[in-house]
Design a protein. Structure first.
Length: 568
């Protein structure tokens, strides 16, 4: 083996042109792998595809669509949600929803107008009245029955007082939006409460959390690719930004928006991150590496990194926030390998030994570097036991990268230095700052070993003690620039509505319209909304349940036979 390395040290320099030609050919061949690199920020980065959570999510998205971009309407001072349905605002709302639905990859648009139209259909088709009458009949409490009957009377009085049942009529919109809280019937006249005392119907509170806020959703097609997600999100952002509502501020936020931000960062930030790392390394080499051609290690790193990422593309390793964070690590390792080779060659040259300096370098250094690399690869590949795909990809990336970088770090500097020393031999070399520090440390008296050992032990203990206090950040919103507009919009959504994300629950049954299913869904949503973490819930059963919910009456599950499509 020593003979091999000594021969390689001579041949690599002698046939430098063949080495450069071969490396160029390899680079061209591997370039195809760079075109196969894909960026991943979706659930595939966090969940195993065969995990039950991932399987359930794929199924849910196939049935009900995928990520939802949230459109937030905030009324300015002196305005409220009823003005969304008046004059030019109503026409703009219709235009906005129509354009959003025209985006090819949009699964559904659940916007303020859609919600009110749904409420209108429930009223005009008699579903709401039938549900209210059924609930009044089923309520086991006599006093609750009286409360329900009084509420039905108020509802009918309000309904009959509206002459034109059309969205262009503010009275009709008010009837659809607000429940009976504060309304009084005096003879044939319905007396409304003060404007600020009106209460949004429970069935609409997920869309209208309060009098100043309306929320819409653009549901993107299920299980969409990252490119599709980004394109639809950008189209949504463009359409909403062109909308103009008098008295309202409108923003688009939600998971697709910050996932798009992460994707944009991956595609642009990776080059920025790599360039910054290379620039820092260049400064360090110029200031602390006192040899000729001191920037040569950077060439090795650039070639090695290109090869490594090309191989990653060929073996279908995705780029994520975790994997691109390994880029500076690879740059640092590549610099280290190349510096060790170059520095040792420079030392051997000035020693003027009878043996060839580069042969001597490779014979003594290359085996040790390879052994260390193999050990490092095994350590990195241990990450394959992780349950998180992007952590496994991180391990593979580091293993592939360190293997490629040590190969390039040995071959390229050896070939370059071989021809350089043949043409213009190094006569002397300066002493670098790290070398002077090492010499100083080596010259310390033996008694200094004890305090140094104690310091090492204390550092180890401190590391173990504080390791548990490191917080794992699992919120994707916190992975992006906290001063960005995207984060500000998420904060605005939370402040205005109390929520920033949603949880989908998939219910499967032989007949989802059966009464036992309605009972289960009703009980589940009642329990969920009783917790502090749930702001609102929405489902077909839940919508009807909120319609028949009357303050002071017994909470009742809806009867699907009253409102289901089969009945109608």
């Amino acid at each position: 083996m020593e003979r091999f390395w000594r021969s390689a040290g001579i041949q690599l320099g002698r046939y430098w042109w063949a080495v450069f030609g071969a490396m160029l050919a390899i680079t061209v061949l591997l370039a195809f792998g760079l075109t196969r690199l894909e960026f991943a920020t979706g659930q595939d980065s966090y969940l195993n595809q065969d995990s039950q959570i991932a399987i359930d999510n794929v199924r849910y998205q196939a049935d009900f669509g995928g990520e939802t971009a949230i459109v937030l309407f905030q009324a300015q001072e002196g305005h409220d949600i009823t003005e969304l349905f008046q004059g030019a605002n109503l026409e703009e709302l219709k235009r906005l929803e129509a354009e959003l639905r025209d985006i090819p990859e949009v699964y559904a648009v659940l916007a303020p107008l859609t919600a009110v139209q749904y409420s209108e259909a429930i009223v005009t088709e008699g579903v709401g009245t039938n549900a209210l009458l059924s609930a009044a009949e089923r309520d086991p409490d006599p006093k609750a029955k009286e409360i329900r009957q009084a509420d039905i009377s108020t509802t009918l009085a309000r309904l009959n007082s509206v002459q034109t049942k059309d969205m262009s009529n503010p009275d009709w919109v008010n009837f659809l939006l607000f429940d009976n809280t504060g309304f009084a019937v005096e003879g044939d006249e319905v007396v409304p409460p003060a404007a600020e005392d009106r209460n949004v119907r429970g069935s609409l509170q997920s869309t209208f959390p309060n009098l100043q806020t309306a929320v819409g959703g653009v549901v993107i097609e299920g299980n969409a690719s990252l490119d599709t997600l980004s394109n639809v999100t950008q189209a949504t952002l463009d359409i909403v930004s062109d909308a103009n509502f008098e008295g309202f501020d409108v923003i688009t936020t939600g998971s697709p928006v910050f996932l798009k931000d992460i994707n944009d960062y991956l595609q642009g930030g990776m080059l920025t991150l790599g360039a910054a790392a290379v620039a820092i390394m260049a400064v360090i080499l110029l200031l602390m590496f006192r040899v000729r051609w001191r920037l040569l290690p950077l060439l090795s790193v650039l070639v090695g990194v290109v090869w490594a990422f090309a191989i990653l593309g060929l073996i279908n390793v995705n780029l994520s926030l975790v994997t691109i964070s390994g880029l500076p690590i690879l740059i640092g390792l590549g610099i280290d390998f190349a510096i060790q080779i170059q520095n040792r060659v420079e030392e051997e040259v000035v020693l003027d030994k009878p043996t060839h300096p580069i042969s001597e370098t490779l014979a003594n250094l290359a085996p040790a570097l390879i052994v260390a690399t193999v050990a490092g690869m095994l350590a990195f590949l241990a990450l394959l036991i992780s349950q998180v795909p992007m952590i496994r990809d991180f391990g593979v990336m580091l293993a592939v990268g360190v293997m490629v970088l040590v190969a390039v770090g040995i071959v390229l500097p050896t070939a370059v230095l071989g021809i350089r020393e043949w043409k213009q031999r190094t006569v002397q070399r300066g002493t670098s700052i790290p070398e002077r520090i090492v010499v100083w440390l080596g010259g310390l008296p033996a008694k200094s070993a004890v305090p140094l050992l104690l310091a090492s032990v204390l550092l180890f203990i401190a590391g173990v003690a504080f390791e548990g206090s490191i917080r794992i950040e699992s919120d994707p919103v916190r992975w992006i620039n906290q001063s960005s507009q995207t984060v500000k919009d998420v904060d605005t959504l939370e402040e205005a509505t109390g929520f920033s994300s949603n949880l989908g629950v998939l219910v499967s049954a032989n007949n989802v319209l059966a009464q036992p299913v309605a009972d289960v869904v009703f009980d589940f949503t009642e329990d969920a909304e009783a917790t502090d973490d749930v702001v609102a819930s929405s489902s077909v059963e839940n919508t009807i349940a909120k319609i028949i919910n009357v303050p002071g009456a017994t909470p009742l599950a809806p009867r699907p036979r009253i409102w289901s499509p089969r009945r109608r």
